[in-house]
Design a protein around this ligand. Structure first.
Ligand SMILES: *Cc1c(COP(=O)(O)O)cnc(C)c1O
Length: 456
């Protein structure tokens, strides 16, 4: 049965009656009614009012190849007819999962040779945590089980991911965050490093890891786990000094380094992975989102030799896996995504052409009176809304500057996300120069409207 045709009002009424949305204030939603997105093509959404909206967020950081890709739909359809489901448990496998493991190892060569499949980013994080614990058990050091994350980090929404993540509001809703997850401060130069040289600030924040390891006891720490660039936290780009120092500290203490590449992976920085951009080699990487360009759910953990070989060489069964680990339809779509990335040189274009162009255009937003900083990297962008450019003073919270800006964006044909008063974008990697011009022009216009509204 096809999805029926209904009016916007009918969709909103049914939605309000039955559908509990993720990450949503339900009272707020009930007052306004949901925005209904009907269809999409390329980098543009079309809503139930017939408006066209440039999707500055690639859905939720995932539709990297844009909407309406026939080759991805056909890959899914072919696989559904051939073998819609089988599992990879109990010494069984199927060609799509095997081929994808092979292609991902090729894509991530030479350092990542093994792959474990999951159904999402949150599951990838859970799996990585299970692997870290298992690794140290196999090493005969089960007491090494504390994992260090960062305040304002995001690692998904399961209880483990939420505990490892450092979102205050999220922790407040956990009856008790899981024990054994501790946090250090984030390398957020604009928000927390005022007046400091960014290079020195980056080192200082990295060295908090060394202090934390000493505090806990080096023989109790299993791993450090972080996003190369924090996405949900507000596109926080660490100074160049940060990641090499983090890697040095991890190696010095022999603890595992994990980068959560759910957003950075598959080209958003202009390199294959965020870790590659920053020149570090983590032991494990978690991926999802761009792996299937969001067309179907899938995630994975990519393993370097240290953990990969330890797990693969035995010690009994690894009691972990998901019904949909290596789902054949998702694997077929991911294989097609890898083909498109290569055929259309998507990552090279972001690195050499459209990424630099986006960054050059995005930086012009810094001239707007409302903007304290315009930063970005690859296909990431952020702007900081401030009351006073020189002092970086923010608007009072009750002004909801970020949320108002977000509303103006929606109403004027642009999806830009608000993280407090930080406005962020992460457009589809296929956005061309005209699309980038449209993005920056619309952003400027919405900043004007926001400035006007904040004056009243
Ligand atoms: C989105 C995200 C996750 C969670 O992925 P889901 O597919 O929503 O479970 C984990 N880590 C990072 C860095 C993310 O951005």
């Amino acid at each position: 049965m096809p999805i029926p045709i209904r009016s916007k009002q009918d969709w909103q009424a049914l939605d309000a009656a039955h559908h509990l949305h993720p990450f949503t204030d339900y009272a707020d939603l009930a007052a306004k009614g949901a925005r209904i997105i009907s269809w999409a093509e390329g980098a543009h959404l079309h809503d139930a009012d017939g408006r066209t909206i440039l999707d500055g967020m690639s859905g939720l950081w995932c539709v990297n190849l844009g909407y309406g890709r026939r080759e991805l739909a056909e890959a899914a359809q072919r696989q559904m007819l051939e073998l819609p489901y089988y599992n990879n448990f109990f010494q069984t496998a199927h060609p799509p999962a095997i081929e994808l493991a092979h292609r991902l190892a090729e894509f991530a060569a030479p350092d990542y040779t093994r792959v474990f499949f999951t159904g999402s980013g949150s599951e990838s994080v859970d799996t990585a945590i299970r692997m870290i614990w298992r690794y140290w058990q196999l090493q005969g050091q089960p007491q090494r089980n504390v994992i260090i994350g960062r305040r304002n980090g995001y690692h998904g929404s399961t209880i483990a991911g939420a505990s490892l993540g450092g979102m205050k509001a999220v922790h407040a809703q956990l009856a008790h965050p899981l024990p054994g997850f501790v946090h250090i401060d984030q390398p957020y130069a604009f928000g927390e490093g005022a007046g400091l040289d960014p290079a020195a600030f980056g080192l200082e924040r990295a060295r908090q890891l060394a202090q934390k390891i000493e505090e806990i006891g080096p023989d109790k720490v299993a791993a450090f786990f972080a996003e190369p660039i924090q996405g949900a936290g507000g596109v926080i780009i660490p100074p160049d000094t940060y990641w090499p120092e983090i890697e040095r500290i991890c190696r010095h203490h022999g603890i595992l380094l994990v980068t959560d590449e759910v957003i950075c992976g598959f080209g958003r920085t202009g390199q294959r992975f965020g870790a590659e951009y920053f020149g570090v080699k983590p032991d494990l990487m978690t991926v999802a989102k761009g792996l299937t360009s969001g067309y179907v759910p899938m995630g994975a953990v990519l393993l370097g030799a240290r953990v990969g070989e330890a797990l693969a060489s035995g010690g009994g069964e690894f009691f972990h896996g998901y019904t949909y680990s290596g789902h054949p339809v998702a694997a077929a779509v991911a294989l097609e995504v890898l083909r498109v990335l290569e055929r259309e040189r998507v990552i090279e274009r972001v690195r050499e052409d459209t990424g630099p162009y986006l960054q050059q255009r995005w930086r012009t937003l810094a001239e707007h009176p409302l903007v304290g900083e315009a930063r970005g990297l690859g296909f990431f962008g952020a702007i900081e809304l401030v009351k006073d450019k020189a002092s970086r003073e923010r608007f009072p919270e009750e002004k909801s500057a970020g949320l108002r800006c977000r509303e103006f964006c929606f109403d004027n044909g642009l999806v830009m996300r608000a993280v407090g008063d930080t406005m962020i974008v992460a457009p589809p990697l296929i956005l061309d120069r005209d699309g980038i011009d449209e993005l920056v022009e619309k952003a400027w216009k919405c900043l004007d409207l926001t400035a006007q509204a904040l004056r009243n």
